[in-house]
Ligand binder design. Structure first.
Ligand code: TNX
Length: 547
């Protein structure tokens, strides 16, 4: 009898422990910081696996949002919540409800209302709701829990910039579909909405083009890669790969489900050795060319004196626009030496025929690049698309419908905006995430160089102080670039971007006057716990560095 009573006590104690011990508390001070977090008097909402995630019946986007929130909660805490289509507001009691609220302003704004009775996550659009659920997800403890207490509060956010980008170079090193999808997951966690996907370059062509199969089959592979910064030693290892059109469609869909638009970059007329190795007749000398195993800038670029080159470019873009439904196609335009064009009879003939003459600092060849870019721009415009190009385009007389990516510092961006171009800010300092994140580089993975610390990223201001008020709207947003000359595997990509992406997210989302680096640093450890929880590699030292 005594033993039975003792056992009953033990069981009761264990049950009580299980019910109370595995609890957590949400904290809405996440990254990027919401615009407002206002506590509401009242009891906490108790999140358990008995709660449902409601969404409006018949709304496919909201259904996907609901399923994703349920997945996120499960990933974070282990609790599995069911989703339920409903239009009945009484169903809100005790549950999380995702709602469309047409009265809200801001297409990507969110509004989270937590009371003891339930949680409502609203947006004017499903994208806004998605950002709200990212906030809720990040506010949860990243540990196994059976109950999470959500303090009663209203939490709102609305991003400062519409273009919140990350770039990924999959040419210098090829990364498989799963890596790209995880990159998109990481972007979603940080509230970012544009992936600039660098798909072609001298070191490899990575997109299947049905009309030109050799682009991927030949242009997608190099025989060997230099070790370090163009040392005379090669690794002797064949490297390459490409995405089939089916894989690209799958990735584009995966991104769209996370409200991320992919902007493909087909870099032209320079950075084209991958294509030239496959189709040497497209170059001025006719080759032979090899997919490059060195880094830097090569003199061999597309020959724009040949009509065949324009046909090729249009054919490739025909397939590219079928794959990528977004408005923008990035056509590169950077680092195009013109020495071949200077010596090429066909390019010179083109210059003559078009009546191009050097103008001040602009050589005839620079203006020939402008003519070529305009051809491409007009072709894409006929198909309802717009171009983005690197800031070199400002020296080529392209019209202002071209959006400029300011990479050689912030000045070209200001110059482009003043001329009337839309601009995306992605200056080498501090937004090249292939650069070192500390000046103490000896224990860092080999990188391109430079030093873009977490603090420098955090302090970046995309809109130049002296940009006239009527030009400011041209700054669409900011993006960090991840060139992969020295980045060979996924953990290294993650190491370069985390936690710098957290700092960038705050640049993209919140107003400059609301930024506070010390406060950001205090909020960072929880985000880092989430990185750890997902098994992502990040630079832990940046959480404590004083730089
Ligand atoms: C410059 S950014 C490049 C890339 C390199 C990068 C290395 C730009 C338009 N061109 O081709 O990979 O520097 O940081």
């Amino acid at each position: 009898m005594r033993i039975r009573r003792f056992l009953a006590c033990v069981v009761t104690a264990l049950v009580a422990l299980a019910a109370t011990a595995i609890t957590g508390r949400a904290d809405y001070w996440v990254i990027p910081l919401p615009n407002s977090i206002n506590g509401i008097k009242g009891a906490d909402f108790k999140l358990t696996d008995q709660c449902l995630v409601n969404y409006p019946t018949g709304n496919r986007d909201m259904e996907r949002n609901a399923v994703m929130l349920s997945q996120y909660i499960q990933e974070m805490t282990g609790m599995h919540l069911s989703t339920r289509p409903t239009l009945n507001s009484r169903d809100k009691a005790g549950n999380i409800s995702l709602l469309i609220d047409a009265t809200m302003s801001g297409d990507e704004a969110y509004n989270i209302l937590v009371t003891a009775k339930g949680v409502e996550i609203s947006g004017r659009t499903p994208a806004g709701v998605f950002y709200g659920l990212q906030v809720l997800r990040k506010s949860l403890p990243a540990v196994e829990a059976q109950t999470v207490a959500l303090p009663s509060a209203q939490v709102t956010g609305n991003p400062r910039f519409g273009y919140r980008g990350m770039h990924l170079d999959c040419s210098r090193h090829f990364f498989g579909v799963e890596t790209v999808k995880r990159y998109l997951d990481i972007m979603a966690l940080h509230g970012m909405n544009r992936l600039h996907w660098h798909l072609t370059d001298d070191q490899g062509w990575r997109v299947e083009i049905k009309k030109y199969p050799r682009l991927a089959e030949v242009g997608g592979w190099r025989n060997s890669t230099t070790l370090g910064h163009n040392s005379p030693v090669n690794d002797g290892i064949r490297h390459g790969g490409y995405y089939t059109q089916e894989e690209i469609r799958d990735i584009v869909r995966y991104a769209a489900d996370r409200y991320i638009t992919i902007i493909p970059e087909i870099d032209m007329p320079g950075h084209m050795l991958g294509a030239l190795a496959a189709y040497p007749q497209l170059g001025c000398t006719g080759g032979p060319y090899e997919v490059w195993g060195l880094w830097g800038v090569t003199d061999d670029i597309l020959c724009v004196g040949k009509d065949e080159t324009l046909t090729f470019v249009k054919d490739v873009l025909d397939e590219v626009i079928q794959l990528f439904p977004g408005e923008y196609i990035h056509i590169g335009g950077d680092e195009s030496p013109r020495v071949r064009w200077e010596q090429c009879p066909l390019c010179q003939q083109r210059i003559q025929q078009l009546g191009i003459r050097a103008k001040g600092k602009q050589s005839a060849e620079a203006l020939l690049q402008g003519w070529f870019t305009t051809q491409v721009q007009q072709y894409l415009a006929e198909h309802g698309r717009r171009i983005i190009g690197w800031d070199e385009l400002l020296g080529c007389d392209v019209d202002t419908t071209a959006t400029i990516m300011s990479w050689r510092g912030a000045e070209p961006g200001a110059q482009g905006a003043t001329l009337g171009h839309d601009v995306i800010m992605t200056p080498v300092g501090p937004l090249y995430f292939d650069y070192y994140q500390t000046s103490d580089t000896w224990s860092e993975p080999t990188s391109f160089g430079g030093c873009n610390t977490l603090k420098k990223v955090y302090d970046f201001e995309p809109v130049a102080a002296d940009l006239p008020a009527d030009k400011r709207h041209h700054i669409l947003g900011a993006q960090a670039n991840v060139w992969t000359e020295y980045i060979t595997c996924e953990p290294q990509i993650q190491y370069q971007i985390l936690p710098r992406m957290a700092a960038l997210a705050e640049v993209q989302w919140i107003q400059p006057e609301d930024k506070d680096y010390q406060d950001f640093k205090a909020r960072l450890p929880h985000l880092a716990d989430i990185y750890k929880h997902y098994g992502w590699t990040y630079r832990a030292k940046s959480l404590v560095d004083e730089e």
